[in-house]
Design a protein around this ligand. Structure first.
Ligand SMILES: *Cc1c(COP(=O)(O)O)cnc(C)c1O
Length: 580
């Protein structure tokens, strides 16, 4: 068999090169979106359990929310992602979390097999299956094969990760061609998706377009969305790995040379190449866009446009409260915020807040039915229980352990009102340090008579737990080390579901003012801790007083609803991509 035959499916519809010559400005370049010319969104991680794909955290949740929002706004939108044939679930064994692996079959989730495409790796042709699921104006294109492995399996600079990323990029681009789609825009949700844009550049440059023009064209249609703060922390690949997995997939000698120039001392960071291939670059909150420290190959600091993440309100707001938002014209039917929403929020009285939270507690209890805490107990909270929660990926900078530094003080806050503290968070597979940290927290808790029965760790943080806790608790705690959170979206679910927010001024929270929520700050960690405990006491008294509750909840919603609105985020992207 001839290699070339199997390399790609025939490119019947290569880019409309004439279009490039027609117009120089992007306003003309990118014609309005259509089903054949969709907005394409590339992501190595999608968190969409209803559609069979479980992500690792916020990056994937954002991708799933973005597609659902596009669907509601009737935007032609194609999300390209791997369909991982296996996923992990975490269980607590003693005080240690362990991973369990589960097979996932795309057929069971309504995906249709389209065809197979081929990429070259290590002198072999690898067959990659393209599967598809449609949702009104949007679709998910899944790239998969039986040995594709799991999300984030292996280390970040490993051969297997590169294989997954190359498969998504080259395989995904070939899949678009197969389906007759030309991307009006390629949004790269972090650098693992760089190869999608590279595949486009290579197609143009090897099909008659002048190389420099191909670069300009690709750049004008590519948006690189950064979620990471420090370039230095990014994994690297070696030129030797690229020789096995990447260069064989490129047809244009000029593109090969362009890419080879991005290596320094034989190693490449995909961000260096992503910065060059995307004219449009965005960060995920105002603070993050300002502080993300990235440099291009000339050493100039990269400017990121701030487009703060948002959430899909329909997905994350509890049903009765969602109806209230709609009936009171706070959000319209596609969850765009009404310009007079602050007035309309005045109808949210303390009685209503308490009634919504009563329903939210049922949602939480239902979600906890099959999820015992560290002592093997199934929790069932009554209406009178007061709940603090901390729920997010278990990584050091988010400081899940902060509140446990002084367990006596913590007990003295919780015990007088019989309050509970629910802790949920997934530990990244193989993260020994965080596994040890969780064990340490559980040890501390087990040594205190009160905390032992009122601090609960629920394993395997996922969408349903995120939803249940945001509906059912009273106060959410979010205390990343300032400067390290890009945006965060767990707290958005809390704010939208009427939890009081205690937070450091970081990520998307810092889009608002410090007075809009229960702020934690200080010049040392001890000061921050002291303030965290004070704010916990304050939120308890707010919940005890109707007047305060109404006032504080309204203030929080007025400040944050525009920030958490996913429709706002989508409009921000569209305004940036298609300037008037
Ligand atoms: C919302 C959500 C996240 C986002 O977490 P952040 O730490 O706030 O970015 C992560 N995981 C799950 C399961 C979620 O639902």
């Amino acid at each position: 068999m001839n290699d070339e035959e199997y390399f790609y499916h025939p490119l019947e519809n290569i880019e409309d090169i004439d279009e490039f010559y027609d117009a120089v400005e992007r306003t003309h370049l990118t014609k309005s979106l259509s089903q054949e010319r969709p907005y394409t969104y590339w992501t190595i991680e999608l968190y969409d359990q209803d559609n069979g794909i479980r992500g690792g955290g916020g990056l994937g949740v954002l991708a799933a929310d973005t597609r659902r929002i596009a669907e509601k706004m009737n935007i032609p939108f194609v999300l390209l992602t791997p369909f991982y044939p296996s996923e992990t679930r975490q269980v607590l064994k003693g005080e240690l979390v362990e991973d369990e692996h589960i097979d996932v079959d795309y057929h069971k989730f309504g995906y249709k097999y389209i065809d197979s495409v081929y990429i070259k790796c290590c002198n072999n042709l690898c067959k990659i299956d393209v599967v598809e699921k449609k949702f009104k104006s949007t679709r998910i294109i899944g790239i998969t094969e039986p040995n594709f492995g799991e999300l984030y399996s292996g280390t970040s600079g490993s051969d297997h990760r590169l294989y997954q990323e190359v498969s998504l990029g080259f395989g995904g681009y070939a899949a678009l061609k197969l389906l007759g789609l030309k991307p009006a825009i390629m949004q790269l949700n972090e650098v693992a998706t760089f190869f999608g844009a590279l595949a486009r550049l290579d197609e143009l440059a090897s099909n008659g377009m002048d190389f420099y023009e191909a670069v300009v064209y690709t750049r004008k249609h590519t948006l690189y969305t950064n979620h990471t703060l420090v370039q230095a922390a990014e994994a690297e690949f070696s030129i030797e790995q690229f020789e096995r997995y990447v260069f064989p997939n490129l047809k244009s000698a000029a593109v090969k040379k362009w890419l080879a120039d991005k290596f320094e001392h034989g190693r490449i960071k995909l961000s260096s190449a992503s910065i060059e291939i995307a004219e449009l670059k965005s960060g995920v909150s105002k603070l993050h866009a300002r502080v993300a420290n990235y440099h291009d190959i000339s050493g100039n600091k990269v400017k990121f446009k701030a487009i703060t993440n948002g959430i899909d309100i329909d997905k994350w707001v509890m049903p009765d409260l969602l109806t209230f938002y709609h009936e009171n014209n706070i959000f319209n039917n596609i969850n765009e915020l009404n310009e007079n929403y602050t007035e309309h929020l005045n109808s949210l009285t303390a009685d209503k807040i308490r009634a919504f939270k009563t329903n939210g507690r049922d949602v939480l209890n239902k979600c906890l039915k099959n999820r015992p805490d560290q002592n093997g107990n199934i929790l069932h909270f009554s209406n009178n229980d007061f709940i603090f929660d901390f729920k997010r990926r278990f990584v050091d900078y988010k400081r899940p352990d902060l509140v446990f530094r002084d367990t006596t003080r913590l007990r003295n806050i919780l015990e007088p009102i019989g309050a509970h503290y629910v802790l949920a968070g997934r530990i990244h597979t193989g993260d020994a340090a965080m596994t040890a940290k969780l064990k340490h927290i559980l040890d501390l808790v087990s040594q205190d008579e009160y905390l032992k029965t009122h601090v609960h760790y629920i394993a395997d943080y996922d969408e349903s737990l995120a939803f249940g806790l945001s509906c059912g608790s009273n106060v959410a705690i979010n205390v990343p080390i300032v400067g390290l959170e890009a945006c965060g979206t767990s707290w958005m679910k809390d704010v939208a579901n009427l939890n009081l927010l205690i937070s450091t001024h970081d990520g998307g929270v810092a889009d608002a003012h410090m007075d809009d929520y229960f702020n934690v700050n200080g010049s040392s960690e001890e000061d921050e801790l002291d303030m965290l405990y004070q704010q916990m006491e304050d939120t308890i008294s707010v919940w005890e007083n109707d007047f305060d509750l109404e006032y504080v909840m309204n203030r929080q919603l007025k400040a944050f609803l525009p920030i958490v609105s996913g429709a706002r985020m989508m409009h921000d992207y569209l305004d940036y991509l298609f300037p008037k």
